[in-house]
Design a protein around this ligand. Structure first.
Ligand code: PGA
Length: 253
């Protein structure tokens, strides 16, 4: 189903004390906001439990920024899907470009993580997207198609209904330079076409990510294949995250 979602990826920001304060402040404000969008936050691992203790699940859903694919074992430093589930996570981000770049996650590993998330009952948000160099060479679609084919390789037609995809052009992440609404729409439409070829089904949530701000969220979410946003930098300041939530396109005109 095409659920509308505004997701805040906090990256490596906010310890558990700061995170709890942020959530309490955000919830106070959200009680006054009417929106068709589900709001979700993705704190660092060390803040997840503290946030889960104060979270009002009717207002905000909880997600993690990463997971490992094994259920348990001697994997120093890793966290399993069932551990995230036990804390109350509904979502997990998989294959973010920062993990691909700095932690050398490849598509084989990402595919296993997607599969493990679904088996463990958590909705994976798969991030795909091209670098600037790839875009300039006219390879954006080719890259995204390949990522999708490899990362979703273990999924059945039923499984595909239970995932979310975030199209995040790498050149737009943390740079202040977002894709234009038309560029985003073109790629989202392409993601749906690719899903249709792979699975014969494409009515899933596709989020845009990359320098989303209160000023551009309206025009981006107005696009017919954009179901919401995965927000990084602007999700860790109360004013800008609220601004995004308030300015998102609600339909109707
Ligand atoms: P940004 O990050 O909004 O800071 O560009 C988006 C993301 O990495 O998900």
């Amino acid at each position: 189903m095409r659920e509308k979602i505004i997701a805040g990826n906090w990256k490596m920001y906010m310890n558990h004390v700061e995170a709890v304060k942020f959530i309490n402040d955000l919830q106070k404000e959200l009680k006054r906001v009417e929106t068709a969008y589900e709001i979700a936050v993705f704190p660092p691992f060390t803040s997840l439990f503290a946030v889960s203790q104060v979270l009002d699940k009717d207002l905000i859903k909880l997600g993690a920024q990463n997971t490992f694919y094994e259920k348990e074992g001697a994997y120093t430093g890793e966290v399993s899907v069932s551990m995230l589930k036990a804390i109350g996570c509904d979502y997990v981000i998989v294959g973010h470009s920062e993990r691909r770049k700095y932690f050398y996650e490849d598509d084989a590993m990402i595919a296993l993580k997607i599969k493990a998330s679904l088996e463990g009952g958590i909705t994976p948000i798969l991030c795909v997207g091209e670098t600037l160099e790839e875009r300039e060479k006219g390879k954006a679609k080719e890259v995204v198609k390949q990522q999708m084919e490899e990362d979703l390789r273990y999924l059945s037609k039923e499984d595909i209904r239970r995932i979310v995809i975030a199209y995040e052009p790498v050149w737009a992440i943390g740079t202040g330079k977002n894709a234009t609404p038309e560029e985003a729409q073109e790629m989202h439409e392409f993601v749906r076409e690719t899903l249709n070829c792979q699975f014969g089904f494409s009515e899933i949530t596709i989020l845009y990510g990359g320098s989303v701000k209160p000023e551009n969220i309206g025009e981006l979410t107005r696009m017919k294949d954009v179901d919401g946003a995965l927000v990084g930098g602007a999700s860790i300041k109360l004013d800008s995250f609220l601004g995004i939530i308030k300015n998102v396109y609600q339909g109707g005109d």
